[in-house]
Structures are given as structure tokens and as C-alpha cells.
Design a protein around this ligand. Structure first.
Ligand code: SAM
Length: 265
């Protein structure tokens, strides 16, 4: 019998299409509220900006869970380009769009790795819990894409649930992920097995350290951080601004501001 490729975008799409109805509640309950906190921490890692109406890309946007955090941090945000593969998640995201923010969201329903996002179009790139459904080869493509779409001086932040290796409560965490969650799903979500896949993806993913190296290999400046004993890991940083670097190398005193208008740290 042929084995299912759980990283095939068509398979991933089908999982999230079926999950979309209950995704928001399940992700909150299953993580004991940590996902919201991690989304907030992920956005907090993006740099400040002086760009008058910056553009953010939200990759693997799901139902737009991170948008309230982005709009709170950047009240002058020009727009959010949100990409997600799943029509179910897209539909739920549209339902969640409040009138006052709908005109600032541009939702693209597509496989991010096959999308034709323009070069240097984003002041920020953010992604919350969208890394685990990719394998190593797809991570390398994603790192390339991120480096390409980010403006020079632009910043990025991505966070993902991870395997807290070395933590003494890891067996409890794994019991929650691989036993409790599938049971909750079986009894409360009519026997579906889709959320249980999230446990499989998380275990296979490990943590974001390898992805951090891939981003460095693309020329980005990267920070890797563990959250709550490694139950989540994040990668954040920025794309160096060549104009700024050249001026500094030639001994010119430079204002700490990128061509994009972004304040450099
Ligand atoms: C766990 S959800 C995360 C959703 C949201 N960002 C959050 O904070 O909860 C992962 C999302 O990634 C999307 N996704 C997975 N593979 C994708 C791909 N190749 N291209 C675009 N979206 C993808 C799924 O459809 C799903 O909505």
C-alpha cells in the first residue's frame, strides 16, 4: 500500500479544511491558552518602524489569529497580505474580518511555496504555527522565499510549537499531545483524527533551530529563542540593508534608519 505523504500540500489542505470550523477553539484549549500568548510574543519581536504605512505578510495565516496583535502593535499598518492554502481557513478568516479591518487585509488562497509574491514587497513577515506542516526541503524553499519578499531593512518573526527536548516535564507534554488531544478529538469532535495530525507534525518538526540556519544561509540576521521550556521556538530578525552597511564600512556616520524608513536596532 502506498504511504500517505503528510507534507503534500493537497493532504495538508484537506486536514485544515476539515479542522477549520473548530480550529480557533481547539488551538486555544489544546494549548491551554499558550497559543495566544505565543502569537503576542511573536509579533513583539518585530522591529519598530517609521515607514508611514508598512506592509505585513502573514504566511500560513489560518483564520487570521495574529491580525489583532499586528494591528495593535502597528496602528498605521497599511495592509496585511495573508496567505493560506486552505479554503476552509480562508472562509473562516473572511467571516472574522470586521468591517473596520477588511479593507486592510488582502487574502491569497494559495500554496505559499508556489505563490508569486513580489520581491521586496514586505516591511514585515510574520507566521504563527505555520512551520510544522513543511518538511526540510520545503523549509529551505520557505527560507528563500522569506529572504526574497522582505524589503532590505525589513523584519520577520515566526513561531512554532516544538518538542521541548531535555525538559523534565517533556513526557507529560507528549502525553498531552499524543494521548489527551486525540481523545478529546475522538469524543468531542465526532471521531475526526485531524487535530491529532498536529501532534504528529509537531513531533516531526522538532524545533525551529534548523530553519534559523536556513534563514542565515539566505543572508538574514536571525535570533532563535525557546519559549516556555522549548514548547515553542521562534526565529526572528531582519534583512540587512546594504546601503546602510556600505556607508558604515566606508566610515560614514549613518543615521540608524534604513532606505525603507525602518528604524534600525
Ligand atoms: C496550524 S495553522 C496556523 C494558523 C494561524 N497562523 C495561527 O496562528 O493559528 C497552519 C496553517 O498553515 C496553512 N498551510 C499549511 N501549508 C501551507 C502552504 N503550503 N501554503 C499556505 N498555507 C499553508 C494551513 O492551511 C493552516 O491554516
Amino acid at each position: 500500500m502506498q504511504e500517505t505523504d503528510v507534507y503534500d500540500p493537497a493532504f495538508v489542505k484537506s486536514v485544515f479544511d476539515r479542522c477549520s470550523e473548530k480550529y480557533i477553539a481547539f488551538s486555544y484549549v489544546a494549548s491551554l491558552g499558550f497559543t495566544e500568548r505565543w502569537r503576542r510574543q511573536c509579533v513583539a519581536k518585530l522591529d519598530k518602524t517609521t515607514s508611514p504605512s508598512p506592509i505585513a505578510y502573514d504566511l500560513m495565516a489560518g483564520t487570521g489569529e495574529v491580525w489583532p496583535h499586528l494591528l495593535k502593535k502597528y496602528p498605521d499598518l497599511g495592509s496585511i497580505t495573508a496567505i493560506d492554502l486552505s479554503s476552509g481557513m480562508h472562509r473562516r478568516a473572511i467571516e472574522r474580518l470586521h468591517t473596520h479591518r477588511a479593507h486592510r487585509i488582502d487574502f491569497i488562497e494559495d500554496d505559499v511555496l508556489a505563490s508569486d509574491l513580489p520581491d521586496s514587497g514586505a516591511d514585515f513577515v510574520v507566521s504563527t504555527f505555520g512551520l510544522k506542516t513543511f518538511n526540510r526541503e520545503q523549509h529551505a524553499k520557505l527560507a528563500k522565499l522569506l529572504a526574497r519578499v522582505l524589503k532590505s531593512g525589513g523584519s520577520f518573526s515566526l513561531i512554532e510549537a516544538s518538542d521541548p527536548k531535555g525538559w523534565f516535564l517533556r513526557p507529560l507534554y507528549n502525553f498531552h499531545l499524543h494521548t489527551v488531544l486525540p481523545l478529546i478529538e475522538r469524543f468531542f469532535l465526532k471521531g475526526a483524527q485531524d487535530f491529532a495530525m498536529i501532534g504528529t507534525y509537531t513531533a516531526n518538526f522538532g524545533n525551529a533551530a534548523a530553519f534559523a540556519d536556513m534563514l542565515r544561509a539566505e543572508g538574514l540576521e536571525v535570533r532563535f529563542q525557546k519559549h516556555f521550556f522549548g514548547c515553542a521556538t521562534s526565529v526572528s530578525g531582519h534583512k540587512p540593508d546594504p546601503v546602510h552597511s556600505i556607508l558604515r564600512r566606508n566610515g560614514h556616520p549613518v543615521e540608524r534608519r534604513a532606505a525603507s524608513g525602518r528604524c534600525l536596532p
